[in-house]
Design a protein around this ligand. Structure first.
Ligand SMILES: Cc1cc2nc3c(=O)[nH]c(=O)nc-3n(C[C@H](O)[C@H](O)[C@H](O)COP(=O)(O)OP(=O)(O)OC[C@H]3O[C@@H](n4cnc5c(N)ncnc54)[C@H](O)[C@@H]3O)c2cc1C
Length: 383
């Protein structure tokens, strides 16, 4: 049941960005206050990259109350993970040995729609798509310091609100507007396409393979397709020279593991796509009358495979922090800042350790750059 219509002028919380993090935050806030969830452009108009959700996300989905629905939505179990990393010998991990069970290869549009529906059913006003025309915060502006002007399908919409949650993903709209600096870790980009899945590899498998100029990822997706993705630095000639999906598949065929998914007859189902994939974090994840969740608070290198879980967890925890702040706890936002800084530090350390495990191409720029980013102690621990 909606608590107000699209003409409402005053809200407690405006959640900008209707991806997993924003929808989760709105769903957790809606039973307690007046919330609007505002999405940017139509989310995932084309096929999504083909993300996987780790098995440990089960708890976050159960806490949200969507575990049963999630199980019935056709996401593909991720049973095995084969990797070629730091050695010429492939290693295999089977979900049977994971105490959490298996993860999933997501039907991402369905996943996002499930969370947006939850937010709406719990009472959030959903406006999607919408374009933010003007966003302005006047801290001295009394009870409703934020003013936001949007263009929606139903015409212009102006709201005043007490608090804004930045869930705008990597674009971190509110974070940047508030003057926080975005730190970009590197120039990683993901070049990808999809091919028809075949019987040549077991269903539900994930493959990861390091190469001289980056690393590869391939996974089954719901609907019988497979994603073929290469992650390299966008300023290096190797990436700049890969211009078509045909170029990408050609390169994939020269790899040891991923090549198995690209037999000579395999055709790309869509033209080559590129997505920024660099780690990124803001100097502040909360400030006067705002906080960030999901990728806006910390975007991971996809090697971590943690972005969606981070969105679910920060969506839920961020909603609690907003409620505490609106309830008068002045320590809630500074504590969120500290917590996100700790998570970002743990991510940077883990990422450095993982890249340091690959020592086969010490003279290649892609690996040299990552070895230079290792924190003290990591490089020496390898020798
Ligand atoms: C190549 C690649 C592979 C990945 N693989 C995985 C994986 O295997 N597993 C995993 O867990 N994660 C993976 N990720 C990360 C994952 O995609 C993100 O972490 C996740 O989508 C973040 O969710 P979010 O809700 O924070 O942001 P998003 O999903 O980006 O949603 C943000 C929303 O905000 C909207 N928006 C933007 N600007 C505005 C604005 N001004 N006003 C209103 N709305 C706005 C956008 O339209 C969008 O709908 C991968 C990422 C990349 C790049």
């Amino acid at each position: 049941m909606q608590k107000f219509g699209p003409t409402a002028q005053e809200l407690d919380v405006l959640v900008l960005g209707a991806g997993p993090a924003g929808a989760t935050a709105a769903a957790c806030l809606a039973p307690h206050c007046r919330v609007a969830l505002v999405g940017g452009r139509a989310v995932h108009a084309g096929p999504a990259i083909g993300e996987s959700l780790p098995a440990s996300a089960r708890t976050a989905l159960a806490d949200l109350g969507v575990w049963q629905i999630f199980q019935s939505e056709g996401h593909l179990p991720a049973w095995t993970r084969q990797s070629l990393w730091g050695s010429d010998q492939p290693s295999m991990q089977d979900a049977i040995f994971d105490p959490h069970g298996h993860g999933w290869h997501l039907d991402r549009p369905r996943f996002d729609a499930m969370l947006r529906t939850l937010a709406r059913e719990r009472g959030a006003h959903l406006t999607h798509p919408a374009e933010v025309r003007r966003l302005h915060c006047a801290p001295e502006g009394g009870r409703y310091p934020w003013h936001c002007e949007m263009k929606t399908a139903d015409g212009p919409w102006m709201v005043r609100c007490r608090f804004v949650v930045d869930a705008t993903g990597r674009s971190a709209r509110v974070v940047r507007q508030a003057g926080a600096q975005l730190q970009r870790q590197d120039r990683l980009v993901c070049l990808h396409t999809w091919v028809q899945g075949g019987a040549d590899v077991p269903a539900g498998s994930t493959l990861i393979e390091a190469a001289a100029d980056g690393w590869w990822y391939s996974a089954d997706l719901p609907g019988g397709t497979r994603v073929i993705a290469w992650h390299g630095d966008g300023d290096l000639a190797s990436v700049q020279g890969c211009r078509t999906a045909g170029d990408l598949l050609e390169r994939a065929r020269r790899t040891q593991l991923i090549g198995r998914h690209c037999p000579p007859a395999a055709q790309a189902l869509v033209p080559l796509r590129a997505a920024p994939a660099n780690g990124q974090w803001p100097s502040q994840a909360a400030g006067s009358h705002w906080l960030a969740v999901g990728d806006a608070s910390l975007a991971f290198d996809p090697l971590a495979s943690q972005g969606l879980l981070h969105g679910l967890v920060t969506g839920q925890m961020g909603a609690l922090v907003v409620r505490e702040h609106l309830g008068g706890n002045m320590q809630a936002l500074p504590a969120w800042n500290r917590q996100l800084q700790e998570v970002a530090q743990a991510y940077r350390d883990n990422r450095a350790r993982y890249y340091a495990m690959e020592q086969r191409w010490p003279n290649e720029p892609f690996w040299q750059r990552r070895s230079a980013q290792q924190p003290a102690g990591v490089a020496s621990a390898m020798h």
